[in-house]
Design a binder for this molecule. Structure first.
Ligand SMILES: NC(=O)C1=CN([C@@H]2O[C@H](COP(=O)(O)OP(=O)(O)OC[C@H]3O[C@@H](n4cnc5c(N)ncnc54)[C@H](OP(=O)(O)O)[C@@H]3O)[C@@H](O)[C@H]2O)C=CC1
Ligand SMILES: CC(=O)N[C@@H](CCC(=O)OP(=O)(O)O)C(=O)O
Length: 343
């Protein structure tokens, strides 16, 4: 299958290229850039030298539609929605990594992002949380890849929220991300001298991912779920670790809940429920796994869930390939069999 990557020079675009070189059924045919047109991708990311030396092209939707079947759009929010409709119109299957097609509710999108220029497509997009939505993803021509924090949070919370095992108010998601989560563009807050040796919260009570997590949990529970979401910036390049607190709406022990998670994720290729240890970034960075640990604090009648992912793999490029595999009707795992880099 021939695919295009639009926005190939960004971190998620480059990660798509790197992972897809290991995919037996996929050939990357066209890569596009905004500011590096005519430049070899291996001159921008020299780790690709001799493996994939193709040049970045200007965006040409006609050529993309003629030569490829699937397009990944790894573009900033607001830019994707200018391009995705043109691709869908021409019959391409699209996997969009931005926030532009993730929401079911137009007003929520517009409250947190900007005015939507193709609301009719927003309604048609399928939310690409692969473990949860695989049947819909298989039949979809537009998949909206989830945000990185929402991926870590939703995989941890879905089993409990969907079955009303926790209270729908008062959930707290305390999440920490590496700096690649902010993309490749330069910014004062993420450069080395600001982040090395530091650890800080940001966008407290004001991060758009709260609305994405709340919408998907509310749809799963068929009632409004409300949470507090606080992101933090780690002095590390990759990885997200989320510590989540929820009040129990049932009388269950740690062992009972862990058993429950095992059943919920039975057959899932990329979710690992850890029985006797807690997730750490080093177990998942470099892989498409989401690791989940669960502990009940019986005295507080509270459950604490910890989840960890690599933001550039399970949180973006890897999950996008998982979605491609589902859309193509293949097994879920080609291109994604790497295990983490413990050291
Ligand atoms: N980084 C992460 O961990 C995650 C990111 N995402 C989402 O994925 C998307 C891509 O993120 P990421 O790779 O980190 O971002 P980067 O900033 O690293 O890359 C953005 C890409 O988009 C291109 N681009 C920027 N502006 C324009 C424009 N106006 N027109 C056309 N192309 C443009 C850039 O081209 P050029 O280099 O040529 O300027 C670059 O290829 C974003 O929507 C992000 O929110 C989702 C989950 C996780
Ligand atoms: C560390 C960092 O800055 N992270 C980004 C999240 C990036 C991401 O995955 O989310 P979207 O695709 O929704 O942008 C942030 O907080 O905005």
């Amino acid at each position: 299958m021939k695919v295009s990557i639009i926005g190939a020079t960004g971190y998620t675009g480059a990660e798509l290229i790197r992972l897809l070189t290991q995919h037996p059924q996929v050939e990357v045919e066209i890569i596009t850039s905004n500011s590096f047109v005519g430049k070899k991708i291996s001159d921008i990311y020299p780790n690709l030298t001799g493996i994939i030396d193709m040049k970045c092209k200007e965006l040409n939707v006609e050529e993309i539609a003629e030569k490829t079947e699937v397009a990944f759009t790894a573009l900033p929010h607001g830019v994707s929605m200018d391009i995705v409709p043109q691709l869908v119109e021409r019959g391409l299957k699209v996997i969009d990594l931005s926030g532009d097609y993730r929401y079911q509710d137009l007003d929520t999108y517009q409250a947190w992002y900007k005015e939507h220029s193709s609301p009719e497509l927003l309604a048609k997009g399928t939310y690409g949380l692969a473990e949860y939505n695989s049947l819909k993803i298989k039949d979809s021509s537009l998949v909206a890849n989830p945000g990185c924090y929402p991926t870590a949070s939703l995989l941890a919370l879905m089993p409990l929220v969907e079955n009303s095992l926790v209270e729908k108010e008062g959930i707290i998601v305390d999440a920490k991300s590496g700096t690649t989560g902010a993309g490749r563009k330069l910014s004062r807050g993420t450069h080395f001298s600001e982040t090395e040796g530091n650890f800080k919260a940001y966008k407290v009570a004001n991060h758009r991912h709260r609305s994405e997590i709340e919408e998907k949990l509310s749809l799963a529970q068929t009632d409004d779920v409300q949470l507090t979401f606080t992101p933090h910036l780690l002095p590390a390049k990759r990885g997200i670790l989320a510590t989540i607190y929820a009040d129990l709406a049932c009388d269950k022990s740690t062992e009972e809940l862990i058993h429950y998670y095992h059943e919920f994720y039975d057959g899932a290729n990329f979710v690992r429920i850890l029985d006797n240890k807690l997730p750490q970034l080093k177990y998942v960075v470099g892989s498409n796994y989401c690791d989940i640990g669960v502990k009940v604090d019986q005295e507080r009648n509270q459950v604490i869930i910890i989840s960890a992912i690599d933001n550039l793999i399970k949180g973006s490029a890897g999950q996008a390939i998982q979605n491609l595999n589902l859309m193509a009707g293949w097994d879920e795992t080609p291109g994604l069999k790497q295990i983490g880099m413990y050291l």
